[in-house]
Design a protein around this ligand. Structure first.
Ligand SMILES: Cc1cc2nc3c(=O)[nH]c(=O)nc-3n(C[C@H](O)[C@H](O)[C@H](O)COP(=O)(O)OP(=O)(O)OC[C@H]3O[C@@H](n4cnc5c(N)ncnc54)[C@H](O)[C@@H]3O)c2cc1C
Length: 427
C-alpha cells in the first residue's frame, strides 16, 4: 500500500490515513473502519506509547471546568517558587511559551470559561457509553471501573477558581457530594487524616490501564480489517482533486482520499506545514508507579491543592500529574516524578513506595482546554483531532465518533462548533 511519491496518484476513494495511534487516533480509526473506510494508522511508535501511555486513567464525564479559571493566576507565583509545586516553567523555554501562556490567561475570563465549559460537557459527558459501544460489554467491563472519583483538599478555604469549578458542575447537572474529613476516610481508609474537605463525584471513574485500553481498541480495529504502519509523518500534501499524499520521514509516501491529524502534542508541526497555526503547547506531566501499593486506594483521588491524581491501576498505584512547560523536545526532569512520590507518602501513611518506575508524557494542550476537531481550514480532506489536554482519555471515544461522522459527511452526534480550528485562525 505504500509507494514512492513519484508514482501517479491513485488514491482509492475511501482510503483514510490516521496519523497517531494514541487514544484519539485509535478511537478514530476504529470508528472510520466501521463506516467502511479503508483505514491505515501510522505512528512512529507502538500504539499507546505517547501521552496515552502513562496518564492517570481517570474517566471524567463530570469534568466541565477548563484548566484556566478566574482567580487561578493569583496562585501562579506561589506555585512557581515551590520546587515540588503543581506548575513549573523552564525559564529558558519561557520566551517560546509566552504567547501560549498569554492566551491561557485570556481563557480564564468568565465569558471564555463559559464557552469552554459548553464545549467540554458534550465531549466528555457520555464517555463511558462511547467506550462501551466501541469495545463491547465484555472488554469494557475488563478495562473500566465506574466507582466514582474523590477530590480532596488540605486547605480548608475554597479558592476563587475552585468556586467557579463548583458553579460549572452545578450548572451542568453534574452530581457531587461534599464530604467531611471523617467521611473522606470512610470512602478511602488508606488516606492520612490531613484533608479538610472532600468532594465525591459518583458518575466518574477510570480505566484500570490506559495502555491496555489503546491496545484493545487497536486490536479490535485490526480484527475488523484496519491496517497499522510504523513510520514518522513529515508532511501532508493536499492535491487539487481533494486527495492527499502523506509523506514519511523515511521517504515513503501514501496517497489517500483524506487524513486525520491525531498526533497529540506533535500535531501543530504538521498543521503548520498545511499553513495553519494552532496554538498547541505541551503541559508535560509525570507519573510514578508503585507496584505494591494499589490496595491502598479504591478509586482515583485528585489531590486538588497539588494537582495530581492517585489511581489504582492493574499493575499498581499510579501517582500522576503536575504541569511542566518546557516544550516537547526537552529531556524529562524526573525530580518532578520524585516529588509526586514525596506527596504520596504524606497522603498514605502505609505506603511502601518501593520498586517505583517513572514516566513523563506530553499533554497536547490548547489554551482554552478544548481540542480542535474539524476540517483543516486550508485542506478540507484533512481533519484535525488533537489538543485534548488533561482530558484526552476521557474525550477520545467521542472524538473518534465525531471525526468519522465528519469524514462520512453525516450529521454529528453533538454540535462540533466549539471545536472548530477556525476559532484560532479566524474565519
Ligand atoms: C500525567 C498525566 C495525567 C493525565 N491524566 C489523565 C486522566 O486521568 N484522564 C484523561 O482523560 N486524560 C489524562 N491525561 C491526558 C491524556 O493522557 C492525553 O490528553 C491523551 O493521552 C492524548 O491522546 P492523543 O491520542 O491525542 O495523544 P498521544 O497519546 O500522545 O498520541 C499521539 C501519537 O502520535 C504519534 N506521533 C506524533 N507525531 C507523529 C508523526 N510525525 N508521525 C507519526 N506518528 C506521530 C505519537 O507517537 C503518539 O503515539 C493525562 C496526561 C498526563 C501527562
Amino acid at each position: 500500500m505504500s509507494r514512492n511519491a513519484s508514482a501517479p496518484n491513485a488514491a482509492p476513494l475511501r482510503r483514510i490515513i490516521v496519523i497517531g495511534a494514541g487514544a484519539v487516533g485509535a478511537a478514530t480509526a476504529l470508528n472510520l473502519r466501521r463506516k467502511g473506510f479503508e483505514t491505515t494508522i501510522i505512528d512512529a511508535q507502538a500504539p499507546g506509547h505517547g501521552c496515552s501511555f502513562g496518564n492517570a486513567g481517570a474517566i471524567s464525564p463530570g469534568s466541565v471546568a477548563p484548566i484556566a479559571l478566574p482567580g487561578m493566576f493569583q496562585q501562579v507565583p506561589k506555585w512557581l517558587i515551590d520546587p515540588l509545586g503543581p506548575l513549573f516553567v523552564r525559564w529558558r523555554y519561557l520566551p517560546r511559551a509566552a504567547p501560549w501562556l498569554m492566551k491561557w490567561v485570556a481563557a480564564s475570563r468568565m465569558a471564555a470559561v463559559d464557552r469552554a465549559s459548553e464545549g467540554l460537557k458534550p465531549l466528555v459527558g457520555t464517555s463511558f457509553d462511547e467506550y462501551e459501544n466501541l469495545l463491547g460489554a465484555s472488554a469494557f467491563q475488563t478495562l473500566f471501573r465506574r466507582q466514582g472519583q474523590l477530590y480532596v483538599w488540605e486547605s480548608d478555604k475554597p479558592s476563587r477558581s475552585e468556586a467557579v469549578g463548583h458553579q460549572l458542575r452545578a450548572r451542568h447537572g453534574v452530581e457531587f457530594h461534599w464530604l467531611r474529613p471523617e467521611e473522606i476516610r470512610q470512602y478511602e481508609p488508606g488516606l492520612a487524616p490531613i484533608f479538610a474537605r472532600g468532594l465525591f463525584l459518583p458518575n466518574n471513574g477510570q480505566t484500570i490501564q490506559p495502555l491496555s485500553l489503546v491496545e484493545a481498541i487497536v486490536e479490535q480495529y485490526l480484527t475488523e480489517g484496519g491496517t497499522l504502519e510504523r513510520g514518522s509523518v513529515a508532511d501532508i500534501q493536499p492535491h487539487d482533486d481533494g486527495t492527499v499524499t502523506v509523506q514519511l520521514e523515511d521517504g515513503r509516501s501514501i496517497d489517500a482520499a483524506g487524513a486525520v491529524l491525531a498526533a497529540g502534542a506533535w500535531s501543530a508541526r504538521i498543521a503548520k506545514r498545511l499553513g495553519v497555526r494552532i496554538p498547541l503547547e505541551t503541559e508535560r506531566g509525570y507519573h510514578v508507579m508503585l507496584p505494591h501499593d494499589a490496595a491502598l486506594v479504591r478509586r482515583p483521588i485528585m489531590h486538588a491543592d497539588r494537582g495530581f491524581i492517585v489511581s489504582p491501576m492493574s499493575d499498581g498505584m499510579r501517582v500522576a500529574g503536575t504541569v511542566e512547560i518546557a516544550g516537547v523536545d526537552a529531556p524529562p526532569d524526573y525530580k518532578r516524578a520524585q516529588s509526586l512520590l514525596h506527596h504520596a507518602r504524606n497522603m498514605f501513611p502505609d505506603l511502601r513506595g518501593d520498586e517505583s518506575s517513572v514516566w513523563m508524557g506530553c499533554r497536547p494542550s490548547l489554551p482554552d482546554s478544548i481540542p480542535v476537531i474539524g476540517r483543516c481550514p486550508t485542506a478540507p480532506s484533512v481533519v484535525f483531532a488533537f489538543g485534548h489536554g488533561h482530558l484526552g482519555i476521557t474525550g477520545a471515544a467521542m472524538t473518534g465518533r465525531l471525526v468519522s461522522e465528519i469524514i462520512n459527511d453525516e450529521p454529528t452526534a453533538i454540535d462540533i462548533a466549539p471545536y472548530r480550528p477556525e476559532r484560532f485562525t479566524g474565519g
